[in-house]
Design a protein around this ligand. Structure first.
Ligand SMILES: Nc1ncnc2c1ncn2[C@@H]1O[C@H](COP(=O)(O)OP(=O)(O)OP(=O)(O)O)[C@@H](O)[C@H]1O
Length: 312
């Protein structure tokens, strides 16, 4: 059984804003699923529908086997949520926050074990009013873990975390997913998504424009692989332009840069050049999740934006 399944899921807000338009999505048990899209793409609306907070205007969504339009309270108690922009109670300590969630969820977790798991055990008895952003985020993550949820919904989970905190959170997420919890991970920090997610769904203007593993999305896009070769000397007729799947070749001194239609073409390029010249160095680059995101949503990367500003 899929943990999340939506069919034609649609939300139109009063005033005619079509926030989510016929979303079909299936997220399997134990999967770490990245949910991406530019501002206003419909991610929060989708998440709120999956949590039963916003009612769909059309279509259907089931979470953990239950319809989100039915009585959803029991199902919701099996979901751990780390919302974007949550707030803590300044006067309560970290342990008191966890005790409160444990009581609310009727769970039997040990608050100290959770504090240990999220790396703030030494701040257990401190009021959260003095917490740094990263400490607050760790605590909010810990609160989402209470009750060993079957589904974990994380909205910008690494916000405010230092590199160690990010790595620790990633490791915890992988561990939890391995034990069977499904993780629905929404973030604008694409390298984080790339590092942890099995598959991603990309939304644009309320529409799902791509749903697949990152590798499969790479394979599906044209012109996404790049390889730089340094040669002892470049032969007059290298002939790379004639190779199937090569989209562009530029030569600068002894460096040959090749744009390929897809990843597999890079091996052909290396074989072709190796038969005609001596390769002294090689740098291979696949499209990052950011490149894929930009292709699917029509967004411009920071680098491209800067280049355009310089040209203007
Ligand atoms: N309560 C609401 N009433 C009317 N329109 C809304 C409401 N909430 C969201 N919208 C609109 O629905 C669209 C999708 O918004 P949503 O918040 O779901 O996007 P998002 O992908 O989560 O964006 P962000 O990345 O900026 O958080 C936007 O056009 C937004 O203005």
């Amino acid at each position: 059984m899929a943990t999340i399944e939506t069919t034609d899921l649609t939300k139109e807000y009063p005033g005619g804003v079509l926030a989510v338009d016929s979303l079909d999505l299936r997220v399997e048990e134990g999967e770490i699923f990245g949910f991406l899209g530019p501002n206003g793409a419909g991610k929060s609306t989708t998440i709120n529908m999956l949590l039963g907070y916003v009612s769909p205007t059309d279509g259907r969504a089931t979470v953990l086997g239950d319809d989100v339009r039915e009585d959803f309270a029991t199902t919701r108690s099996r979901i751990g949520v780390l919302p974007d922009g949550y707030s803590l109670y300044d006067r309560l300590t970290a342990r008191e926050h966890l005790e409160w969630v444990i009581r609310t969820k009727d769970a039997d977790d040990d608050p100290d074990a959770i504090l240990e798991q999220v790396g703030i055990a030494d701040a257990a008895d401190r009021r959260t009013g003095g917490f740094s952003k990263g400490m607050s985020q760790r605590l909010a993550f810990g609160m989402a873990l209470v009750g060993d949820p079957d589904l974990l919904v994380l909205d910008e989970p690494s916000s405010g975390l230092d590199p160690t905190g990010k790595q620790e959170m990633r490791a915890t997420i992988r561990e939890i997913a391995k034990a069977g919890t499904t993780v629905f991970f929404s973030s604008h920090i694409l390298p984080e998504v790339e590092a942890v997610c099995d598959r991603v769904g990309i939304m644009s203007d309320g529409n799902p424009v791509a749903v697949d593993s990152i590798d499969a999305l790479r394979e599906g896009l044209d012109g996404v692989a790049h390889i730089d070769l340094t040669l002892e000397s470049v032969p007059d007729d290298l002939g790379l332009e004639r190779l199937n799947g090569v989209e562009g070749v530029s030569i600068d001194g002894t460096k040959v840069s090749v744009d390929c239609r897809h990843t597999a073409v890079k091996a052909d390029v290396v074989r072709h050049v190796d038969e005609r010249a001596t390769i002294t160095d090689l740098v291979s680059e696949d499209a990052s999740l950011e490149d894929l995101f930009n292709s699917y949503t029509g967004e411009t990367s920071d680098d491209e934006r800067q280049a355009a500003e310089v040209m203007a």
